[in-house]
Design a protein around this ligand. Structure first.
Ligand code: DGY
Length: 333
């Protein structure tokens, strides 16, 4: 009896050691030990020879790339929750299955959202910089120095009440923040009761009434620039925006303008419209302590990244065992 041939799995980035070790045991794994992002040419060569592609959010797997895939490519097993970097429709047309890694980064991303609310409202980055960038300047405690904004008693407006939005709401409630949300559909009455959450069918109306806006929806054609110049103008001048989802949900140029003109009070952004490029105007605002910027760290915990890798492995194994993988992504979702 001949041993079953291991599927050829191409990883576009370096994954945690434990994940790569397991991948090497189970598959004919082509690793990226140097973690240098793969070029278009390298990806083109990979899709022509591999059975499975394991991309991350840093790879654009568009129609052209998918069309160029060889007959062997049967699965795109994303090492990511979001799949906005994959043309899922094109993959379906070519008969290629797409999977993702939901659930395992929910809590970490929700933690980061709360951390960013606190960082912005309590001036954490600014305060830390006083001690590290200008040592000796601190003259001691003062009743009127480095005053931030209280979190307790404020209203948060969560855009996208999926897994991550709901996890943000649970944490925010524990901080004494009242929960408001806008979503394609209302969450269950039990969840609304648990969170004492108010549903807003109208995003415009919610934006005008909350103190903190948290973006937790995926990037889709329908959410592109959802927070447009017109909608940003509806927010209160004391309100702030937190984005741990995707940069293009906010019209970044309009946000910068609103921040400059004092139409909103601040923003904390973990994601950007042209990632990894960050608009220099945002960097300037960060240097003036008007915004907090992070380099897409929402899910960056070792536990989370190992869990994501485990999900990728389960999806690949299930697929090659002839079953439907648990985290299949269907077109149009
Ligand atoms: C994802 O997996 O979609 C996240 O953005 C990574 O942090």
């Amino acid at each position: 009896m001949t041993a079953k041939k291991k599927p050829k799995v191409y990883l576009t980035r370096k994954l945690p050691d434990a994940v790569e070790t397991r991948m090497r045991e189970l598959f004919d794994a082509d690793l990226n030990v140097d973690d240098v992002p793969r070029s278009r040419e390298e990806l083109l060569a990979a899709v022509q020879s591999a059975d499975v592609l394991v991309p991350t959010v840093t790879d654009r797997i568009d129609e052209g790339l998918i069309e160029a895939a060889g007959p062997g490519l049967k699965l795109i097993a994303c090492f990511s929750n979001g799949t906005d970097h994959i043309d899922v429709e094109a993959a379906a047309r070519k008969g290629i299955t797409v999977t993702n890694t939901p659930n395992v980064l929910t809590e970490d991303t929700a933690d980061m959202t709360i951390a960013m609310i606190l960082a912005l409202q309590r001036r954490l980055v600014e305060g830390a910089r006083v001690l590290t960038d200008r040592p000796g300047e601190w003259a001691g405690w003062s009743p009127t120095w480095m005053l931030g904004r209280r979190i307790w008693g404020k209203r948060i407006g969560i855009i996208g009440m999926g897994r991550i939005g709901t996890a943000v709401a649970r944490r925010a409630k524990a901080f004494g923040i009242s929960i408001h949300y806008h979503n394609r559909k209302r969450v269950s009455p039990a969840t609304e009761d648990e969170l004492e959450a108010t549903y807003w069918d109208s995003l415009d109306q919610m934006l005008a009434r909350v103190d903190i806006v948290s973006v937790n929806c995926p990037s889709t054609p329908a959410t592109f620039h959802l927070l447009s110049a017109r909608r940003l103008a509806l927010m209160q001048p004391t309100s702030v925006i937190i984005n741990t989802a995707r940069g293009d949900v906010i019209d970044e140029a309009a946000l910068i303008k609103c921040l400059r003109e004092g139409k909103i009070a601040g923003a904390a952004l973990d994601v950007f419209e042209n990632e990894p490029a960050v608009n220099p105007k945002l960097v300037r605002l960060a240097n003036e302590n008007k915004v907090v910027l992070l380099p897409h760290m929402g899910s960056a915990t070792i536990e989370g990244r190992i869990d994501m890798g485990d999900k990728v492995i389960i999806n690949i194994r299930t697929f090659f065992d002839g079953h439907r993988p648990p985290n299949r992504v269907l077109p149009g979702r």
